[in-house]
Unconditional design. Structure first.
Length: 278
């Protein structure tokens, strides 16, 4: 019996943990209620965020297009007779991946196309990848002009083939696929950015609502008095305002009761006239 009573005492750790858990649960419920009461404002922030993200994506960000060409590293004269030849071809493919972005290849493409750009600027728009377990090289070019993206990709592929033939002293590698002019942009994604902007707008409004709620330490009703001050409320006086009165949180207007109409009014003049009649 003594052990059970000890567990129920307010100073026992188990009791304190239960109280803290209950207070945390109440706080979460209060925050959820505050957000629900401001759901209209949060929805407005959701819509405004979506509109801003859509406008920026649609009218302020330049769309980019990607074009891709593919070459096969092995030439027509290359013979594959053993597993060692395949492994050598895979190793050479990795090497030629880096050859494709060298200054000789890129500057040759610039000269052939007559581009008004530099090696440093153009190489940033070119990506050469090697699909796993293959002897293929994919040359991808990203450019605001779809036609320019296709032309640069094909020209870089041709220059890379010539460079490989010079380095290996053999025939040029075969062209598997030439780049075509893309019809759809690769970035930015209007739908994705719109959704992200809408979520950011809603989260910002919700954060402002929660911060204002947590920073508001004013007492509003009897429940706040009992919760935060641990005091019981003896009485509550209603706040009555006149029509032209501006509301105030910290001032209470006192109202005067009117005298009933059936009560007689005693004035000095009346008292004097009464004394004269006497």
């Amino acid at each position: 019996m003594e052990q059970t009573a000890a567990h129920n005492t307010p100073n026992h750790p188990v009791f304190n943990n239960k109280v803290n858990n209950q207070e945390a649960e109440i706080d979460l419920l209060e925050l959820a209620g505050v957000l629900w009461n401001k759901i209209l404002i949060i929805l407005i922030g959701f819509v405004i965020g979506a509109m801003i993200a859509f406008g920026i994506t649609k009218f302020m960000i330049t769309p980019l297009y990607k074009a891709q060409s593919t070459i096969y590293v092995f030439t027509k004269s290359t013979s594959i007779t053993s597993m060692a030849d395949i492994n050598i071809g895979s190793a050479l493919t990795v090497d030629f991946k880096y050859v494709g972005t060298t200054r000789d290849v890129i500057e040759a493409a610039i000269k052939e196309l007559g581009l008004d750009t530099t090696y440093e600027s153009l190489v940033k728009t070119i990506s050469i990848t090697n699909p796993s377990n293959s002897r293929l090289l994919e040359i991808t070019v990203t450019n605001p002009d779809p036609t320019a993206a296709a032309n640069i990709s094909n020209t870089v592929a041709d220059c890379l083939r010539e460079r490989i033939a010079d380095v290996m002293d053999t025939d040029k590698p075969s062209m598997v696929q030439r780049a075509v002019v893309p019809k759809t942009k690769s970035s930015p994604s209007t739908s994705r950015n719109t959704v992200i902007g809408a979520l950011i707008g809603a989260l910002l409004v919700a954060a402002v609502v929660i911060i204002r709620y947590l920073m508001d330490d004013t007492i509003k009703d009897e429940d706040d008095v009992q919760q935060y001050l641990q005091l019981n409320t003896l009485a509550a006086f209603p706040l009555i305002r006149q029509k032209n009165e501006t509301p105030s949180k910290f001032s209470i207007k006192r109202t005067t009761s009117r005298r009933p109409a059936n009560l007689p009014h005693h004035t000095r003049s009346g008292s004097k006239s009464g004394s004269r009649e006497e």
